[in-house]
Structures are given as C-alpha cells and as structure tokens.
Write a protein that binds this ligand. Structure first.
Ligand SMILES: NC(=O)c1ccc[n+]([C@@H]2O[C@H](COP(=O)([O-])OP(=O)(O)OC[C@H]3O[C@@H](n4cnc5c(N)ncnc54)[C@H](O)[C@@H]3O)[C@@H](O)[C@H]2O)c1
Length: 326
C-alpha cells in the first residue's frame, strides 16, 4: 500500500516509515520540518508542506491508500504556556487534514494519540476504558481529535485506529535515526547526555511520590515497536477492521531511580542527578495495559528496557561524536 506519513521526518514517524518499508509498503513523507529533520527522510519521497495546506495535500493524497498522522506539536509544557499553538496545529490544522482526506479516495487513517489523554489515572495499569480526563492542553487536543475521528468514522466512513503511546524511547537499531528534539525534554536522552557530561545533571522531579521508591513511574516503549504497531494497524484496517483506539506500552512501569540505574549499567558511567520539586499535574505513575493491541493487532513489544537503552546510547554516542549532521 502507499501511505502518506504526516510528520514522517520526526522521531516516531521516521521509525514508522522504516517499518512500513520493511513490510513492503511505500511511504510518502509529508512534513513541514518545523521540528522534524530532512536527514531523517533521506531515501524516501518527502513533500515539504503543512497539513493545513489544502492544495499540497490534495496532490500528496493522490494514489494513497492510507494516512498515518504523526504531525503535531508535542511538548506538554509548551502546550500549557502556549495553548493557542496546540489547538491550532493539533486540532484546527489536523481537521483541515481530515478535510483533505475526505476529499480524496483515502479512507484508512492511523493517528498518533497519547497516554496524556488519560490525565491522572485512578487505577493502574491504564486500559482503554479508563477514565479520560486530560490535565494539559496537549492531551486535550489529542482527545478532541480522537473524538473527531470517531464521529467521522460513523458519518463519513473514514475508518481509523488511534494509537495511544506511552513514552516513546530508543533509536533505530541500524543507527541511522533516533531521538533529536530541540529542546530535548525527554528523560532518557537527558539522562544519557548527563552521563556523557554534555548536559547538566539530570533533574529528577520528586523523590517522595506515592510510588515504591518515591520517584515517578513511566512505561518506556521502543520507537521501532511503535512503528511496527502502525503497520499492524494498517493491516487491520485494510482487512476491514472497525474504528478503534488502543494503548501502546510494554505494561512495565519503570521508576526514574530504576531508569538511572539501567542507564548506568548500559553506559558504564554514572548519571549525575539532583532532586527537585515534582511538576504540578505530573502523575506519579503511568503504565499501560496493552492487551487490546495484543489481541486485535497481535502486537507485542520486541525490545525490553535494556535493549531500548542500548539503542538510545549508541545513537547518543553517534550524535556526540559528530557523526550525525542535520
Ligand atoms: N514521543 C513520544 O513519546 C510520544 C508519545 C505519545 C504521542 N506522541 C505523538 O507522536 C507524534 C510524533 O511525536 P514525535 O515525538 O515524533 O515528535 P516530532 O516533533 O519529532 O515529530 C513531529 C513531526 O511533525 C512535523 N509537523 C508538526 N506540525 C506539522 C504540520 N502542521 N504540518 C506538517 N508537519 C508537521 C514536524 O516537523 C515533525 O517532523 C506526535 O503526534 C506526538 O503527539 C509522541
């Protein structure tokens, strides 16, 4: 199948593009390069345009069987400071993308949603039926778009899978692509940089939280496993699967203290860190029940935490050695 991949020059999208190719599909990348990297698109067709650009979209969608929609603004903190940017890009522009899709013959759609749509969970692990009460504008925009997709499915015949990722982590095992956000806000790259001495000591938000060791618990899922889930979701829709949403996580919660220990093991270096106040509205623990993805898609993560960290470490070493230029 030919798949239009919005945001295919970004972190998760570029890994999904490789998984699509590996499965014999054709990926066409559609990206405005606002946070993505041209270099991540090398070897693929890249259409450099915005999802709100109806004319560019119409051309790009010609001959496409499906859309994978990664393009979004994706910083929780920034969404609190500048909600307008988030509602504009993740809702208004994303609805224009849907207008373009409905005007085309493409009727299969896969969406990058997030565990941020759940807010602070009342019970763990989080299932798809857990209450969804986003606590920041980023999560609210993603939930809104999921609801638009559910409604468009009923009334416009656009079938979709919304994939609610937990924390994307790691890099492509081949070493050509990996995590490269500016600014970097994600824990693993910050921990690796702190170990290398190329970033300040890691800030650990909270040490007296209501978790076993007092630090924050998250579910780290390898980015190539996320990419593979997209390909499986595409197969599911192509075989007539109904619109649905599902969690993508390993089901394992890892605390920041455990993560630091694992980074030290993988890198052979210590991770300098300091404890600071917990961030307002930061849930102490989030991890997934991914049973639905397992039963509906047959998806199981292939990378465990140490393997994920090894790929991230190799990527970080490559970045630091200057072996990678944008
Ligand atoms: N990284 C995570 O842990 C995580 C977790 C849950 C959900 N997600 C979601 O996954 C998706 C990808 O996240 P990421 O971490 O790869 O982010 P990223 O910033 O690396 O990728 C986003 C890509 O979309 C492009 N883009 C943004 N707005 C666009 C627009 N209007 N038109 C065209 N292109 C546009 C950017 O240039 C970039 O290449 C996002 O939708 C994000 O919300 C990410």
């Amino acid at each position: 199948m030919r798949v239009l991949v919005t945001g295919g020059s970004g972190y998760v999208g570029s890994h999904a593009v490789r998984e699509l190719s590996a499965a014999g599909h054709e990926a066409v990348i559609y990206d405005n390069l606002s946070t993505g990297h041209r270099r991540f698109s090398e070897g693929y067709r890249l259409i450099e345009a915005d999802i709100a650009d109806g004319a560019a979209l119409a051309g790009a969608l010609e001959g496409c069987d499906a859309v994978m929609h990664f393009a979004a603004s994706a910083y929780v903190g920034e969404s609190v400071e500048n909600p307008r940017k988030y509602f504009r890009n993740n809702v208004e522009s994303a609805l224009k993308l849907l207008d373009g899709v409905l005007a085309s013959r493409t009727r299969l759609f896969i969406f990058s949603s997030t565990c941020a749509t759940y807010g602070i969970p009342r019970t763990l692990p989080i299932t798809e039926t857990s209450r969804r009460e986003p606590i920041n504008p980023y999560g609210a925009t993603k939930m809104f778009f999921e609801q638009a997709l559910a409604a468009y499915s009923v009334s416009h015949g656009l079938r979709s899978v919304s994939l609610r990722y937990f924390n994307a982590a790691g890099a492509h095992p081949g070493g050509a692509i990996g995590e490269l956000h500016e600014p970097e806000t994600h824990l693993i790259p910050l921990a690796l940089k702190a170990a290398l001495g190329t970033a300040p000591a890691l800030k650990v938000y909270g040490k007296d939280l209501k978790t076993e060791d007092g630090t924050c618990i998250r579910d780290y899922v390898h980015v190539s496993d996320l990419g593979r889930a997209h390909v499986l979701a595409l197969d599911y829709l192509a075989q007539g699967g109904a619109t649905t949403a599902m969690n993508l996580g390993t089901g394992e919660g890892t605390s920041v203290a455990q993560l630091i220990a694992a980074v030290e093991r993988v890198s052979g270096r210590s991770v300098p860190h300091t404890y600071v106040e917990p961030r307002a509205g930061d849930p102490p623990a989030l991890f997934a029940d991914a049973a639905r993805a397992r039963s509906v898609l047959g998806w199981r993560p292939r990378f465990d935490l140490l393997e994920t960290l090894r790929t991230a470490w190799n990527w970080e070493l490559k970045l630091q050695a200057g072996g990678y230029r944008i």
